[in-house]
Write a protein that binds this ligand. Structure first.
Ligand code: NDP
Length: 332
């Protein structure tokens, strides 16, 4: 195995703050230490991969580097008792694709503590169709439900609703019987959202209050926010008494220009969602749900690409122009 060569997408810093991306041949012994060597079958594109591919040092400190925070494939070698050659496995998060060589290549080597066995009822391709985006969507929905928000409580707002996290969150909620309202900047994707089960769509402008008021008319029983900034602040101000807002992303902004009033006058809760260091018990629970009771068919919103097609999609996701999910087939 040590002499095997394989294909990898690599980001290089060619001069200060200037990066190029290319497909190169790597050797198995170029990979970092770890108990599990995976032959990667599928990876997926997430917003964070695009940041890593464009030299964001908050995500990746050192280059050359192979991004890819998700990977699903077959165990090629294992020195861990928990996994054997031939097992189907998946990884999302931890340091994969950040400062550890990631899933945009045909082999990865990782610590066994990052690896989970592929759940029954899920193919490797389906696992990556969810990927970190789907996992984060499910974690957000799980937090909302665990906080006591029920379908009969009223409408749930999902921001960034055509994006990876947003579209899967919308589909999961609709499938569980919730009334979902999607915010989107892509008015031409209204049909896609209705097909996912969303019952109303509002524009980014409507969801982005500029009045400066500390509270707005309460409409939402719950909110799944993926964009941050003034859209999150507007959602918080428009949440009904006792409502719950989850926050996982900053596609619009990392700022939160809000006051304490929605919290102290309406008793609403703001819950943070992190998929990267999510504890293993909760991680297994979420994947179990995604493969059974919560399983949703999102295949019509998935585009399958090769490593060679990745650069173009990376540029599009940075511009907020991708709808649904992009998965990368590493067997091609
Ligand atoms: P995507 O790029 O797939 O989706 C983001 C969506 O946000 C876009 O499709 C767009 O949807 C909307 N959007 C983009 N730019 C803007 C803008 N300037 N203003 C308002 N809305 C905008 O990304 P993901 O779904 O993969 O990730 C969403 C966010 O969640 C990212 O910030 C990502 O880093 C974060 N994230 C966090 C995780 C965690 O563990 N906390 C895990 C996974 C993701 P539309 O056009 O429909 O409005």
């Amino acid at each position: 195995m040590d002499s095997a060569k394989f294909k990898a997408f690599v980001v290089k810093e060619i001069e200060d703050k200037k990066y190029i991306r290319e497909i190169v041949e790597k050797n198995i012994d170029d990979l970092p230490e770890g108990e599990v060597l995976m032959e990667v079958q599928y990876s997926s594109l997430n917003y964070k991969d695009a940041l890593s591919a464009h030299g964001n040092k908050g995500v990746t400190r050192n280059y050359p580097h192979t991004p890819g925070i998700d990977a699903a494939g077959i165990v090629a070698e294992s020195s861990s008792n928990a996994f054997a050659k031939g097992d189907k496995i998946l990884i999302t998060g931890y340091d994969l694709g950040m400062n550890t060589s990631g899933g945009f290549q045909q082999y990865i080597r990782v610590p066994s503590s990052w690896v989970i066995k592929l759940p029954d009822n899920l193919s490797l391709k389906e696992a990556m169709t969810y990927g970190t985006a789907g996992f984060t969507a499910a974690l957000s929905v799980y937090k909302l439900i665990s906080s006591g928000i029920k379908p009969e409580d009223g409408e749930i707002l999902v921001t960034g609703s055509t994006g990876g996290v947003g579209s899967i969150a919308a589909a999961l909620l609709a499938n569980l019987g919730y009334l979902v309202v999607g915010v989107t900047g892509k008015q031409d994707k209204r049909e896609m959202l209705l097909d996912l089960g969303v019952y109303d769509v509002i524009s980014r402008e409507e969801a982005d209050d500029k009045s400066g008021k500390p509270l707005l008319k309460g409409r939402w029983a719950g909110v799944i926010d993926t964009v941050g900034g003034n859209i999150l602040a507007t959602a918080i101000k428009s949440t009904e008494y006792g409502g719950v807002v989850t926050c996982c992303g900053n596609a619009a902004s990392a700022e939160l220009p809000a006051s304490v009033y929605p919290f102290i006058l309406r008793g609403i809760s703001l819950l943070g969602v992190d998929s990267v260091q999510c504890p293993i018990d909760l991680r297994l629970k979420i994947w179990e749900l995604l493969s059974s009771d919560w399983k949703v068919d999102i295949s019509s919103n998935v585009e399958e690409i090769t490593l060679e097609e990745l650069e173009q999609k990376i540029n599009l996701i940075l511009q907020g122009k991708i709808s649904g999910r992009v998965i990368v087939n590493l067997k091609k």
